[in-house]
Write a protein that binds this ligand. Structure first.
Ligand code: HEM
Length: 389
């Protein structure tokens, strides 16, 4: 991604965002997710739609999925269609591995899954494994549309796929997360607009953007307590979370039949893959170190390539002189860091409730594979390094 100074001067912010597949209103949340693929993909939809029933009836879900035809992904598919393919394949692969709880997960993915999953992931610059970008960002639809259609309100949302439980908690976990991503959009656009203007940004423009960042992060932080409205910790931990594991905790890994003979050990979905907080760290100059830095950088590999490049551009531009000085010396800058700290504190509370209280294992790891609370507290404390004294 070129630095700000080499952008064509006519490039408007919206056009720039569009190049990175970022919506000025929805940011990283897909604005119009595709809900249905052409008819020859009906067999994928039929299984995805019936997984909770299949699980409840004890059906041989794995066999049903293994019998699917091998379907080629057309090169004519739109970006939204490709994102839907990735979502449906995440769903089918998670069902194939984890729906039959009484048996060990298989160590090979059949060609009907491995070939299209590999192909669509390559086209999107994503990894062939369940991810936040599919289960949350490309997985929402309005129920009635009666509520304010200019907003994304979790209470009026349903999922397109990745539904494994019959209870509402499965839907709520991802739809509340989708609302959070939407409510984060003003902060993302505010950061992008300052980086787009570069060092010609005035103190008043920087102050306005920091204000929008603070308001947006604080309203998102307030959403964390709402997870418990429709999702119990036990339902999350024991019911839903197993489907979010990728291949990392399958001892032998998973071989993609017809693609690779070396097993994949890719970790599964975590909102640590969300671009929101990574964009804020990049804009505010919050740096992480050691294992934390390695993990968070690694999470970028799970983002669609244009989003990853956007974060790299924010990081490079916001940290270049003199823009960095303009941002860091602004009177609102400490409040923006405090808002980020508050977000991370609310998040740690949610992680304690939904994971720590449920786990009998004191060295419990996240689906991304981190040693949880210690990791999250270290990451939160890293803001202190840039707090003006
Ligand atoms: C009940 C809800 C949630 C639970 C149980 C949860 C759990 C976790 C866990 C276990 C980690 C450690 C990384 C790993 O190994 O996976 C993590 C990291 C992270 N999660 Fe969540 N998470 C939740 C909701 C969210 C939401 C809604 C966001 C919003 C973007 C989010 C953003 C992050 C971020 C950014 C990290 C990386 C650490 C950081 O930068 O502070 N999480 N989460």
């Amino acid at each position: 991604m070129p630095p700000q100074s080499s952008l064509p001067s006519s490039s408007s912010l919206d056009h720039f965002l569009a190049l990175h597949r970022i919506s000025p209103r929805f940011a990283f949340l897909l604005e119009n997710p595709e809900e249905r693929l052409p008819v020859n993909f009906d067999c994928w939809h039929e299984i995805c739609d019936s997984i909770p029933d299949l699980i409840e009836s004890g059906a041989n879900t794995r066999q049903l999925i293994a019998n699917l035809p091998e379907i080629e992904i057309p090169s004519s598919f739109s970006y939204e269609q490709l994102r839907l393919c990735h979502l449906l394949l995440c769903t089918l692969v998670s069902a194939y591995l984890w729906a039959e709880k009484s048996t060990k997960p298989p160590s090979t993915l059949p060609r009907c899954l491995s070939i299209p999953f590999h192909s669509v992931s390559n086209s999107l610059g994503m990894k062939p494994v369940v991810s936040h970008h599919s289960t949350c960002l490309a997985n929402w639809r309005r129920i009635s549309g009666d509520l304010d259609r200019s907003k994304v309100i979790a209470d009026d949302l349903d999922l397109i796929a990745f539904r494994f439980l019959k209870t509402s908690g499965n839907v709520w976990f991802f739809t509340l997360n989708a609302q959070l991503e939407f409510d984060f959009a003003p902060a993302i656009v505010a950061a992008a607009s300052i980086c787009h203007r570069g060092s010609s940004s005035t103190p008043s423009e920087i102050g306005d953007s920091l204000d929008r960042i603070i308001t947006s992060i604080n309203s998102c932080a307030a959403l964390f307590v709402r997870f418990r409205e429709r999702l119990t910790p036990a339902e999350f931990y024991h019911g839903l979370r197993p489907f979010l594991w990728g291949y990392a905790n399958i001892e032998e890994g998973v071989i993609f039949e017809g693609v690779d003979s070396v097993p994949s050990r890719l970790p599964g979905a975590s909102a640590a893959q969300s671009c929101t907080i990574q964009t804020m760290d990049a804009f505010l100059g919050v740096k992480h170190n050691g294992a934390e830095e390695e993990f968070l950088r690694g999470q970028r590999d799970f983002m669609p390539a244009p989003h990853r490049e956007f974060i790299e551009w924010i990081e490079k531009t916001a940290q270049s002189s003199p823009l960095r000085t303009l941002i860091h010396s602004h009177p609102q800058f400490p409040d923006a860091l405090r808002a980020l700290d508050n977000f991370r504190s609310q998040h740690i509370r949610a992680v304690s409730l939904f994971i720590s209280t449920q786990s009998s294992n004191s060295s419990e790891s996240g689906t991304g594979g981190t040693p949880l609370i210690k990791f999250l507290k270290t990451v939160r404390a890293d803001s202190n390094d840039v707090m003006p004294h």
